[in-house]
Design a protein around this ligand. Structure first.
Ligand SMILES: *Cc1c(COP(=O)(O)O)cnc(C)c1O
Length: 461
């Protein structure tokens, strides 16, 4: 049993990982490859090069290299805010009166306020190395766009962000942070792209979705020389970069002889959860150790718990390659009263394959119970969590309460992906008691599934 654990377990600068860990190398069944939507053939690096910069295209398709060196310039930037602290949640444990030990990895200690900066720095670096002028992207809640603007400012790249319209309007401050770092921010859907104009025609007055914004950003990247598209989640390359979250956790926990029994993360596109669990899942896959993993998602956007495991487009405009994943259908847009983040219709192909094999569990919560957990956490631990992160908090609290019932002294680790300072509109709804929950009916979900491309071999598994 571990003892004398400080509140904050710090590592030294030297302990910032030197390599990314590519979990795919240890997966007996590799994640399904990206497919060309026209021919349904697996994509090669050359096929991805018009969209992604070359190094990232290679990382996307590399299922074999276990360790990929982190470039010096990227690691130097990491050192300005990493290693991220691993916290022991003594106050939360006490308030819950649980025999469980609770730890969380806090990724909100940088200006962008989330783990997204970990991948933004790598992606901006490789784009700059290739001599590109700039990158385009989408952002939902704004964390990814903020992270990318910071990274682009650092490496001297132009940054064009398509921001989901509801967030653009609700999160004006986050938009201004991006502009302060020099990014060009457009509300999506917009009339600046072909696909945006099409979506506006079909859904006038829509608040937009990540899927729409992706279509717009991809169009701009492929129509402007010297530009490539970058994405803050879902892709294999992003999970690769985020492996530094799990690697740091593992180093810190090993130092204090702590072995987590349960590892919990929130799931949007899967990047923080995939990164957090990577080294631990690697041990599980190779029979070195066993852990229970729990991915947490919103009931209003339940990709793992109610989605279908099939090839689908990554975007609403159906311009991206096809990815095999648990999906609600590329046309799925979560109900307008959903403020709690994690709005993406699909999930990482790596996580989807692992979930399909039963390597982790998934649970879904309603947003009001998630905000209740956020409030409890803020009042006990002091940190104001992002709504997305609060899904993991709710998951951890539930597990800790289970331990209280059974008397088991389990060790729980969860990912606290970011801070909630820019989510005060959602907190306000919660505080005013006007926040509501919508759980899609089977008929609602069927409408989304109807968007999934139908071709031989793409039946739901
Ligand atoms: C983007 C984001 C998430 C969800 O994205 P994943 O790719 O699933 O990690 C979770 N928390 C915060 C704070 C985010 O910004």
């Amino acid at each position: 049993m571990s003892k004398n654990i400080p509140y904050r377990i710090y590592l030294t600068e030297d302990e910032v990982p030197k390599y990314y860990y590519n979990l795919r190398a240890d997966m007996p069944t590799k994640p399904a490859p990206l497919l060309n939507p026209g021919t349904h053939e697996p994509l090669k690096v050359e096929d991805l090069e018009p969209i992604f910069c070359t190094e990232l295209a290679k990382q996307e398709l590399d299922n074999d290299t276990r360790l990929i060196e982190i470039p010096d310039e990227v690691r130097e930037y990491y050192k300005t805010y990493r290693p991220a602290p691993l916290m022991r949640a003594y106050a939360l444990e006490k308030a819950l009166d649980t025999p469980a030990e609770i730890y969380y990895k806090f990724e909100g200690n940088n200006t962008s306020g989330s783990h997204k900066l970990n991948s933004a720095i790598a992606q901006a670096y490789y784009a700059k190395q290739q001599g590109l002028k700039g990158v385009t992207t989408e952002t939902g809640a704004g964390q990814w766009g903020t992270a990318l603007s910071m990274a682009c400012a650092h490496f001297g790249l132009d940054c064009r962000v398509y921001m989901v319209k509801v967030s653009y309007e609700q999160k004006a401050y986050r938009r201004e942070v991006m502009r302060t770092y020099g990014a060009n921010v457009t509300p999506s859907p917009s009339d600046t792209t072909e696909v945006g104009r099409q979506i506006l025609k079909e859904h006038p007055g829509t608040g937009g979705s990540l899927g729409c914004a992706i279509s717009e950003a991809v169009e701009v990247a492929t129509h402007n020389p010297g530009y490539r598209y970058v994405l803050g989640s879902v892709l294999n390359q992003v999970l690769l970069h985020q492996s530094i979250i799990g690697l740091e956790c593992k180093t810190a926990m090993d130092k204090y002889d702590i072995k987590p029994d349960i590892i919990i993360g929130c799931c949007g596109g899967g990047s923080n959860f995939g990164g957090l669990i990577a080294p631990f899942m690697g041990e599980k896959l190779t029979g070195k150790a066993d852990y229970q993993f729990i991915g947490v998602e919103p009931k209003s956007c339940p990709s793992f718990t109610r989605g279908e495991y099939r090839y689908d487009f990554c975007d609403t405009g159906r311009v991206t390659p096809l990815a095999k994943m648990y999906t609600l259908g590329n046309g799925f847009i979560p109900s307008a009263n959903h403020a709690g983040g994690l709005r993406y219709h699909g999930d990482s192909s790596i996580l989807s394959e692992l979930y399909h094999e039963g390597m982790f569990d998934a649970v879904a919560y309603e947003q009001t119970e998630v905000f209740k957990a956020a409030e409890f956490f803020a009042r006990t631990e002091g940190l104001l969590p992002a709504p997305e992160s609060s899904h993991a908090i709710k998951g951890a609290i539930d597990q800790a309460l289970k331990c209280k019932e059974t008397g088991e002294k389990k060790v729980i680790l969860f990912g606290l992906t970011g801070t909630g300072y820019f989510d005060m509109t959602a907190y306000q709804q919660y505080n005013d008691g006007t926040m509501t929950d919508t759980i899609p009916t089977d008929a609602d979900l069927q409408k989304g599934f109807d968007y999934i491309p139908d071709f031989p071999g793409n039946e739901a598994e």
